[in-house]
Design a protein around this ligand. Structure first.
Ligand code: HEM
Length: 182
């Protein structure tokens, strides 16, 4: 990764440590669905440029998301990955990994202005999901989409993961509002 000064474009607004306690999770359950209020910490750090085939330059922001259920304070979702910004093509990518043996590469767009108000919008279809044979057979992720809005030190996200589980396709949703620390 290059050490030169990096232009993260709209992703620069993500960098920092964020906390939020207004999370709402709707997740699959054999009886139908479960709803879990949650709180979380998200950490974003600049990771420099990746240059591909000496042509494409991606500015990368590395992140970690740790989510705890309010009812028992247990970590019930852990996610890591990168947000990437292709300056030339003005395209955004999000790679994410969760320890259920599921990886997703979502892509999309960023709208942003000089005040650093940012709207990131990404999605992934079945071709952009890699998962273990067990998950393919029992709890298959079919698609993922997410929007993130940033206004100064407030972030809001809403994401939908379609999961084929317990004999039907379930709309698994998560949303939260976070504030940047410090
Ligand atoms: C804040 C974000 C998220 C939270 C809090 C969350 C939480 C949950 C919960 C509570 C379940 C029910 C099963 C269990 O109790 O372990 C579940 C299932 C599942 N989630 Fe998530 N999830 C999140 C995001 C995601 C994302 C981004 C993906 C994939 C792109 C994903 C994929 C799945 C899959 C495939 C299952 C089915 C596995 C099963 O229920 O046995 N989740 N999630």
């Amino acid at each position: 990764m290059s050490e030169e000064t990096v232009d993260y474009g709209p992703l620069g607004a993500l960098i920092g440590v964020w906390k939020g306690d207004k999370g709402t999770d709707v997740a699959p359950d054999p009886e139908g669905k479960e709803e879990n209020p949650y709180y979380e910490t998200m950490t974003f750090e600049g990771a420099g440029y990746a240059v591909n085939a000496e042509k494409q330059r991606l500015a990368a922001v590395r992140y970690h998301q740790e989510v705890r259920r309010k009812s028992d304070d247990a970590v019930f979702h852990d996610q890591t990955g990168y947000w990437m910004w292709d300056t030339e093509n003005r395209q955004v990518f999000q790679s994410l990994t969760i320890p259920r043996a599921v990886c997703v590469l979502a892509s999309g767009t960023a709208a942003y202005d000089a005040e650093c108000d940012v709207l990131l919008s990404v999605e992934a279809g079945p071709e952009e999901v890699v998962q273990s044979p067990f998950m393919t057979d029992n709890a298959k992720t079919l698609s993922f989409r997410q929007t993130v809005t940033l206004t100064e030190d407030v972030m809001h996200y809403a994401e939908t993961t379609m999961v084929d589980i317990y004999g039907k396709v379930f709309e698994h949703t998560d949303t939260n509002t976070l504030v940047r620390e410090g």
